[in-house]
Design a protein around this ligand. Structure first.
Ligand code: TYD
Ligand code: MG
Length: 455
């Protein structure tokens, strides 16, 4: 008989101990330990393609690999973040908040794959077959090579994969399925880990692509889940403001392509459509005319520059400690910029609340947006404006100097094609352009002066 043992596992990070702990020593969360009874079993060996039953070390030069086979999803924005399509034999995790559109994009992808004469098995562990059918009708998907399988048992799923032999399997979602080899409940760390490892074996042994959906919990981690991120080949996050129509797919890890690539989609009555010119979408929302406290920055998201508006609001605080509230920008980055503004420009905001917002609900984490953030704050505090036809590019150093940024030409070309007339850029990136006036600046104070003198 199998040996039964129990462990206490932190449901937040997967840390294991023999007894109960109030606080997790790994991730610091409180009350996150639950007891999971486990039956020991012999794990099956993973035998990825090209290494079948090969247990002997081989010289790197002797190892022969064929070209990796990629299958296009027919959705260009999705293909781009995948690095050119789905790689056969890979395990992909798509994580995001509930209701963001994970099931929608994967059902659409399944429909497109079927058009390319691929066989897809869509395992729905959360919705019934008729619910999926209703969604498919809404999305105009009608295929006779798309199998919908409402199932939560991993062993049954495995049997059907053997039976149907699909090219692509979608698991919606990993938190809702369970394996009979473990007694803990579905969604627990052990279950998620076990089911993921079984799916990994299936993907590698049968050389099929497995796409797994994972819900992000309140803390921002996928439930039970940091565990999953290192097991899978590709991790893609689905972000966006649920109250707005656009969504951003961002690749965080990709064993078969670059990361930091983004795909932008718009959610409409007929599902998600790729946005080919996102700048139009983001700048559409822009305040008309020049208003103190707004600046347009050009960030570089993956291979593509994005023009986004930064808005700042500065006002006298009613609180003993002034508030620093950000949306779409890292708060510690703002604190650093405020410190530089105070020390190097003499702009004292210690009695002022500062709010910074990135329009369009996207995250700007690239340092080239620093100068735009600083100018939005400084112009609001001094009640002057950055001309609405100007883009701002530059990273700010602690001594108030402006550091150069990468891909300046790509950014400027994007600004030109969106109709901007002037660009404030780092001096070290100085470049001659006919179609746009270039203002190279060495220090933050020069950039502020350039805005004020233009009034
Ligand atoms: P869904 O894919 O079910 O989200 P998830 O799987 O990430 O939980 O998407 C749910 C939301 O998308 C829901 O609020 C309705 C909206 N939606 C549309 O706006 N248009 C559509 O065509 C579809 C299918 C969904
Ligand atoms: Mg869903």
């Amino acid at each position: 008989m199998a040996k039964v043992k129990s462990k206490w596992i932190c449901q937040n990070c997967g840390y294991e101990t023999a007894g109960y702990l109030g606080k997790c020593p790994e991730c610091g969360s409180w009350g996150s330990f639950t007891e999971e009874v486990q039956t020991s079993f012999k794990p099956q060996s993973v035998t990825p393609q090209g290494f079948l039953n090969d247990t002997k070390p081989a010289l790197l030069s002797d190892i022969h690999v064929g070209d990796e086979v990629r299958v296009s999803t027919n959705i260009p924005e999705f293909d781009r973040i995948l690095g050119g399509g789905l790689v056969q034999g890979s395990l992909i995790l798509i994580a995001g908040d509930p209701g963001i559109g994970k099931s929608t994009i994967l059902l659409q992808t399944s429909g497109e794959l079927c058009k390319n004469s691929k066989k897809v098995l869509y395992v729905s562990a959360e919705e019934s077959a008729s619910q999926i059918k209703l969604r498919a009708e809404r999305l105009d998907i009608n295929s006779n090579s798309l199998y919908i399988y409402p199932q939560i048992n991993m062993e049954s799923i495995r049997a059907e994969i053997d039976n149907i032999n699909p090219d692509v399997v979608v698991i919606d979602s990993i938190q809702a399925i369970y394996s009979g080899t473990i007694t803990s409940s579905a969604g627990s760390v052990s279950q998620i880990r076990e089911c993921c490892s079984i799916l990994m074996q299936i993907a590698k042994n049968k050389n099929i692509t497995v796409i797994v959906i994972g819900h992000v919990t309140k803390d921002g981690a996928i439930a039970g889940p940091k565990v999953l991120e290192h097991m899978v080949d590709t991790v893609i996050y689905f972000e966006g403001d649920k109250y707005k129509s656009y969504r951003v797919l961002r690749s965080m890890k990709n064993r078969f392509g670059t990361t930091s690539e983004v795909g932008i989609f718009e959610m409409g009555p007929k599902g998600l459509t790729g946005v080919t010119n996102p700048n139009e979408l983001f700048l559409n929302e822009r305040s008309k005319g020049s208003i103190p406290g707004t600046a347009i920055v050009v960030t570089n998201e993956g291979t593509r520059p994005l023009l986004v508006e930064i808005q700042a609001l500065v006002g006298t605080t009613p609180y003993p400690t002034p508030r620093r509230v950000t949306n779409g920008v890292d708060t510690s980055r703002l604190l650093q910029i405020l410190a530089v503004l105070e020390k190097r420009v003499g702009l004292n905001l210690s009695k002022q609340d500062v709010y910074v917002n990135v329009m369009g609900g996207i995250e700007v984490d690239e340092p080239s947006a620093d100068l735009g953030i600083a100018l939005a704050v400084a112009t609001c505090a001094r009640d002057v404006v950055v001309d609405s036809q100007t883009v701002i590019i530059g990273e700010i150093g602690l001594s108030g100097e402006i550091h150069p940024v990468q891909n300046i030409e790509k950014r400027l070309n994007e600004a030109i094609s969106s109709g901007f007339k002037k660009a404030i850029i780092p001096y070290a990136n100085k470049i001659k352009y006919d179609k746009i006036e270039i203002v190279p600046v060495k220090r933050l104070i020069d950039a502020i002066a350039a805005c004020v003198s233009a009034q």
